[in-house]
Design a protein around this ligand. Structure first.
Ligand code: AMP
Length: 290
C-alpha cells in the first residue's frame, strides 16, 4: 500500500479492508482529520462537489468506489451499472485527494451473507416502499465502510435525500463518531440532477427527464406564491411530469423534511420528492419547499 500519488497524479487505490484501515489509522495517528466520500463510481460533478467539501474541511479525503450488490433488487441494474474506475481516477486527480478505496465484492462480503443492519423507520416510505431491501443494503455497506474508514466527517448528497437522512439516523443510533454532512444537489445547466444513471438516457429521454426538475420547481414556486395544500402540490407535480411525457411515476410527494412523513399542509420544513421512470431508467430528485 502506498499513500503517495501515482506518477500521473491519480490518487492511490487501496483494495483491501485491512490496508484501508491501516492507512486511516496512520492518518489519525499523524493527527490528520479524515473526510470520507462513499460512492458507487461513474463519477460526475455531483460526486466531485462532495470531494471538494471534504477537502475544504478535512486534512485528508478518502473516496470509496464500490457498486454494492446488496442494495440492488433482483430486477435492478446491478450488472449493467457503469464501472469506470480509470476515468474516475482521472477525474479525481486534479482535486488532490488522498486515497481511493475500491474493493471487490468478495473483499467486502467474504463468502456470503453476514450480519445486516435493520434500517431506521425513516427508511420505510418512498424508496423503502419502491425498493424493498434497498436501505438494508445501503445501511449495511455504509456501516461497514465507516468501520473501514473511521472518518471525522462523511459526505452525502441532497440528491439522495432519504438516503442521507437514513444514514444520519443510523449513525446516531449506532453512536458512530462520524459527522454526516449533506451537500447540495449538483445539476446540469438545464436543471437535470446529475446522476450516474443519466448516461442510460437517450437524447429524447434526457429531454423528457427535464420534466422532473420542472415539476419540483413548479411546486416550490406554488409554495412561494402561498400554496400550502400538499395534495394540490403533488397534483401539480404529476401534471408537470405528464406534460413532459413521463407517466411511470413511482411517487411525487410532499413530506416533512425531517421525518419524511406525508403532510397535508406545508407549514414547517417540507420537501417535495419524485421518483419515476423515463424509459427503462429510474430517476429520483427532490427540492426543499420550505
Ligand atoms: P452514488 O455514486 O450514486 O451512490 O452517489 C454517491 C454520493 O454522491 C451520494 O451521497 C449521492 O447522494 C451523491 N450524489 C449523487 N449525485 C449527486 C448530485 N447530483 N449532487 C450532489 N450529490 C450527489
Amino acid at each position: 500500500m502506498s499513500a503517495r500519488k501515482e506518477s500521473d497524479g491519480t490518487p492511490p487505490v487501496i483494495t483491501t479492508c485491512g490496508a484501508m484501515l491501516a492507512w486511516a489509522r496512520g492518518a489519525r495517528a499523524a493527527g490528520r482529520s479524515i473526510g470520507f466520500v462513499p460512492t458507487m463510481g461513474a463519477l460526475h460533478e455531483g460526486h466531485l462537489g462532495l470531494v471538494r467539501a471534504s477537502r475544504a474541511a478535512c486534512d485528508c479525503t478518502v473516496v470509496s468506489i464500490f457498486v454494492n450488490p446488496t442494495q440492488f433488487g433482483p430486477r435492478e441494474d446491478f450488472s449493467r451499472y457503469p464501472r469506470t474506475l480509470a476515468e474516475d481516477l482521472q477525474l479525481l486527480a486534479p482535486l488532490g485527494m488522498d486515497a481511493v478505496f475500491a474493493p471487490e465484492v468478495a473483499e467486502m462480503y467474504g463468502d456470503g451473507l453476514g450480519a445486516q443492519v435493520d434500517p431506521p423507520s425513516i427508511a420505510l416510505p418512498l424508496e423503502g416502499e419502491c425498493r424493498p431491501g434497498h436501505f438494508r443494503g445501503v445501511c449495511t455497506v455504509v456501516l461497514k465502510l465507516f468501520q473501514i474508514v473511521p472518518a471525522d466527517r462523511a459526505y452525502f448528497g441532497h440528491k439522495d435525500y432519504q438516503q442521507a437522512k437514513v444514514i444520519e439516523r443510523m449513525t446516531a443510533d449506532f453512536n458512530v463518531p462520524t459527522q454526516i454532512e449533506i451537500c447540495p444537489t449538483v445539476r446540469d445547466a438545464d436543471g437535470l440532477a446529475m446522476s450516474s444513471r443519466n448516461r442510460y438516457l437517450s437524447a429524447a429521454e434526457r429531454e423528457k427527464a427535464l420534466g422532473i426538475s420542472r415539476a419540483l420547481r413548479a411546486a416550490r414556486k406554488k409554495v412561494e406564491q402561498g400554496e400550502r395544500n400538499a395534495i394540490s402540490l403533488a397534483k401539480e407535480m404529476r401534471a408537470e411530469l405528464n406534460r413532459a411525457g413521463i407517466d411511470q411515476i413511482e411517487y411525487a410527494s410532499v413530506r416533512d423534511a425531517n421525518t419524511l412523513v406525508e403532510v397535508e399542509t406545508v407549514a414547517g420544513p417540507a420537501i417535495a420528492l419524485i421518483a419515476c421512470r423515463v424509459g427503462a431508467t429510474r430517476l429520483i430528485d427532490n427540492e426543499r419547499l420550505k
